[in-house]
Design a protein around this ligand. Structure first.
Ligand code: IVH
Length: 704
């Protein structure tokens, strides 16, 4: 076939016919990588390999200009634009699950549940066990029994509207079975593709010289997120229902009852679902499913355990983004052996130098792995990994593959120990230093000392800033950031927002690879992000130790940018009270506080933030249940509580919009003291904080 042969021919030697075939093949392949990178968040090639594909594509166009048609990739900004789906806000957030890897993690989970609920040892605890499907989660909304919308999980709060595509999937009933379905039913579950269907689809793709999907999950994701529902209709997608969102009435009292109810409405539910009553039964289930994994016909990456009683689920509630009443018990990771071709040093956003093993590509669990992290210099020394070594690598779920060890017998005689560079690979060639940990000890991380002058760090900062979980600017990915930085168009976040005003001079559309339409889309996408949620904004700043979860906590406790910013500035000035106030919040520790103090202690950062805040509007954090009597109040629990556990009390207070602090300060509103309360209570009295006993607290929550 012209296309396959042409792949091996140098551009200069291609005939016109071969060039056309090769141009089309490359376009497909690049579009597929873009999709994996931008939409599935699962790149499957190295940047270097991707660049090589694009260079070849561009070289072909340079030699055969006729091929540069209106839809050429070189006329778009970087990636193919992500399909434009409308957004749907989930009535009830779609959460993820905590993970257990070892049996001990499962025992801990059961103990945590029992402790939280204060279950007597003799009290039975029924737990539903079911396979964890390796697909993508979907929420289906039925009103009056009719399917009205379908949304992907998205960021958990907002997903993409895939209603038209879902209507063509056989496993998704367009109308619920039964005579009187409830007014509102949201059914949640997993869209997946069987392995057989995935292989058949890939064979068809190959026959049409179209790119292959890496695994069933990716092909299910790609098939669902099609702008043209007719394409989805031709793809064999399936659906298992296992959960629910908003319901106008709760028809059952148990998880297992609910799953049976879902089956009654016409949904496929997993036939491997079992009700267990002990940790041993869960382990046996895990082993059994693990052994039969290959025969199930679809990919699973573990099993899920869920507390059966719904009233207990309700009491257990959530922590961060995961329920306390469920956990995913993963299967152990997949391993493979391959050769280390090189060890590369990458510079991260905080200047940390991370060594990465560049590997001879190898397939692990259905995905081609080309890179594996070596973490740091000490890890390389510990493993004694050398270029040329054969190593075992491991890939677990979405985690970056890791090098486990070296196969000593396979070491080539000339392989030399790896010398960790003493200078940063960045253009500044700074001396690298060992970073100190929060407690001041010498850490394992080597760091570039270039900070704002180090282009690698600045680019990584900008990339983080625009990334999906931060500002999420469509069409502004790694490649555009690097290009804009190089041209000195964007040197800090605020510059992104002034691009539009400066474009009369910059003329982005004149740059090779940018067309008028794509520049228009990009500038519109930037404008669309001028309104941003406080937690995203805090996360986007890229302060050390302030990840997504911490940013969400900070947003919740401070409520507004003004309050948070003020606290950070005071912190940076060494204000002891500001530090104490922040330290009092649950989940905020020294590392976070030091990170914020260091960040806002830097004049460069303060100025950068100031310029940025002029460009955007930061929405106040959503406060849960503002109508509750304790909303916005700060409360400290101390001593023993009698009617509920400390954890449960804390969870309840947070649900009602209160902030739960670990220590008493001037900003504490209430201290709830049980028997055995000590210094916290004394301190509270000194500061004049309202002291309540447990009953007083409960009366406060439910007046009258
Ligand atoms: S329950 C509130 N059950 O796993 C918890 N999730 O890692 C709702 N998943 O986003 C999830 N199989 O996409 C649940 N049997 C199962 C599942 C399952 C696959 C996925 C789901 C979720 C992710 C969390």
């Amino acid at each position: 076939m012209a296309g396959r042969d042409a792949a091996k021919v140098a551009v200069d030697a291609l005939t016109q016919r071969q060039a056309a075939a090769e141009h089309a093949r490359l376009a497909n392949e690049i579009a597929d990588h873009d999709r994996r990178y931008y939409q599935d968040d699962a790149p499957s090639v190295t940047d270097a390999d991707y660049d090589a594909l694009r260079r070849r594509y561009e070289a072909i166009e340079a030699r055969f200009p006729d091929l540069r048609t209106a839809d050429s990739l070189t006329r778009r900004v970087g990636a193919a634009p992500a399909p434009k789906f409308a957004k749907i806000r989930h009535a009830v957030p779609m959460l993820s699950l905590g993970n257990a890897f070892a049996d001990d993690d499962v025992t801990d989970f059961i103990e945590r549940v029992r402790r939280f609920l204060r279950l007597a040892e003799t009290e039975p605890l029924a737990i539903v066990a079911e396979p964890k499907i390796d697909g993508l989660s979907l929420s289906l909304r039925y009103e009056g029994g009719d399917l009205v919308s379908a949304a992907t999980r998205g960021d958990g709060t907002q997903g993409e509207d895939v209603t038209a595509n879902v209507r063509v999937i056989d496993d998704v009933p367009r109308r619920l079975r039964g005579r009187a379905p409830p007014a509102i039913v949201e059914v949640r579950g997993e869209i997946y593709m069987t392995r057989k269907d995935f292989e058949d689809l890939n064979a068809r793709q190959q026959a049409q010289e179209r790119p292959q999907f890496a695994n069933p999950r990716n092909s299910a994701a790609g098939s669902l997120r099609q702008l043209d529902a007719a394409v989805t209709a031709g793809r064999p997608l399936k659906f298992f229902a296992y959960a629910w969102g908003e319901l106008s009435e709760l028809p059952e009292t148990t998880q297992s009852g609910m799953v049976d109810w879902l089956a009654g409405l016409g949904f496929a539910t997993n036939p491997q679902t079992r009700l267990c009553s002990s940790a041993e039964a869960l382990f046996a289930y895990h082993r059994d499913i693990g052994a039969r994994r290959a025969t199930l016909g679809y990919d699973i990456d573990g099993v899920v355990y869920k507390v059966d009683r719904l009233d207990w689920q309700q009491r257990l509630g959530f922590v961060s983004r995961s329920p306390r009443w469920a956990i995913a018990h993963k299967f152990s990771a997949e391993k493979a052996a391959t050769i280390v071709r090189d060890i590369e040093i990458q510079v991260g956003r905080t200047g940390a130098l991370t060594p990465v093993a560049k590997l001879e590509p190898v397939t692990v669990g259905g995905v081609v792995v080309r890179n594996a992290t070596l973490h740091n210099a000490d890890e390389i020394a510990r493993l004694d990994v050398r270029v040329g070594d054969t190593v075992t690598i491991q890939r677990a779920g979405d985690v970056i593959p890791q090098v486990l060890g070296v196969i000593a017998e396979k070491r080539p005689p000339k392989a030399a120990p790896f010398a960790f560079p003493t200078r940063c690979p960045c253009p500044l060639h700074t001396h690298v230093t060992r970073a100190r940990t929060v407690s001041g000890e010498e850490g394992v991380v080597m760091r570039c000392t270039g900070e704002f002058a180090c282009p690698y760090q600045v680019i990584e900062h900008l990339r983080h800033f625009v990334s999906r979980r931060a500002f999420d600017i469509e069409g502004l990915g790694e490649k555009q950031i690097a290009l804009f930085y190089e041209r000195e168009w964007v040197r800090e976040p605020a510059d992104i927002f002034s691009l539009k005003a400066r474009n009369a001079k910059l003329k982005l559309e004149d740059v090779e690879g940018f067309g008028e339409q794509s520049v228009h889309n990009l500038l519109a996408a930037i404008d669309a992000r001028r309104d941003i949620a406080l937690e995203r904004f805090i996360h986007a700043l890229g302060v050390r130790h302030v990840g997504e979860t911490t940013a969400a906590v900070l947003a919740r406790v401070y409520g507004s940018w003004a309050a948070f910013h003020d606290a950070c500035l005071r912190l940076a000035e060494g204000d002891a009270q500001a530090r104490q106030d922040m330290d009092a919040f649950d989940q905020i520790g020294d590392a976070v506080i030091d990170g914020l103090a260091a960040y806002f202690g830097e004049a460069h950062n303060r100025a950068l933030v100031e310029r940025l805040t002029k460009e955007v509007r930061i929405a106040d954090a959503e406060r849960p249940r503002m109508d509750s009597p304790v909303a916005g109040k700060t409360v400290v629990f101390t001593g023993t509580l009698e009617g509920m556990t400390r954890e449960e009390a804390k969870a309840m207070a947070e649900r009602l919009g209160a902030k739960v602090a670990g220590s008493v300060s001037r900003s504490t509103d209430y201290i709830v003291a049980g028997p055995g309360a000590g210094s916290k209570l004394d301190n509270a009295r000194k500061l004049g904080v309202t002291v309540l006993d447990e009953d007083g607290w409960l009366r406060l929550l439910a007046p009258r």
